[in-house]
Design a protein around this ligand. Structure first.
Ligand code: COA
Length: 175
């Protein structure tokens, strides 16, 4: 699996030994407040890491490391190989928030998605997740609309805001 580097971060394949570090954020109710999963029990995190170590076709999960410490995750998923569409989502441990890391991660994953040949890349966030919305805007995704009653999270129906971008056309290129 490809490893991605940004100015400050390393995006690498998951390893079985990542369970404890993943559980720091995946078990934190504040971190997962807007996520459709969690807060994890240890068994949930073990199952997540086991799948991330050996992901299914079209799924590209990366562990996010700063100075050798796992601080979060990002996953790119090919939602249609035929139409070259993908989606990504990210999560960082609370101690890593507010330093521009998510924007760095999202920018790297978007570039990777286009390198893989994807044409359109989307991401969604909860309407109340101001930080995530800002990350998507800073990464260059455009707001496309509100998906009403899109997720049933911990007993509550939640809307999602849809953001997306299409691969920039290189001059002279035919597609
Ligand atoms: C959302 C999340 C990934 C953001 O990570 P981050 O590394 O702090 O993000 P960045 O520092 O790159 O950018 C955050 C931006 O949101 C802004 N922001 C954060 N909280 C804000 C708030 N309450 N109101 C307004 N803006 C806010 C920051 O100022 C920054 O924008 P700026 O650069 O214009 O100042 C992180 O908080 C997280 O992991 N949350 C839990 C999981 C999650 O919600 N994932 C996304 C699911 S869609």
């Amino acid at each position: 699996m490809t490893e991605l580097r940004t100015a400050r971060l390393r995006l690498r394949a998951f390893r079985p030994g990542d369970v404890a570090a993943v559980h720091v954020y995946a078990g934190d109710p504040e971190v997962v407040r807007f996520m459709e999963w969690g807060p994890n029990r240890l068994a949930d995190t073990e199952a997540f890491v086991a799948e991330a170590v050996d992901p299914p076709e079209g799924s590209h999960p990366f562990a996010v490391e700063r100075d050798g410490v796992l601080i979060g995750a990002v996953a790119l998923t090919v939602t249609s190989a035929e139409h070259r569409r993908g989606e990504f989502g990210y999560v960082l441990a609370r101690g890593a928030w507010g330093r521009g890391y998510a924007t760095e991660v999202a920018t790297a994953v978007l570039a990777h998605a286009f390198e893989l040949g994807l044409h359109r890349v989307a991401a969604t966030c909860d309407p109340a997740n101001v930080a995530s919305r800002r990350v998507l805007e800073k990464t260059g995704l455009r707001y496309e609309g509100r998906l009403h009653g899109y997720l049933h999270i911990r007993g509550e129906w939640r809307d999602r805001l849809l953001f997306a971008t299409v691969r920039p056309r290189v001059s002279g290129e035919r597609r």
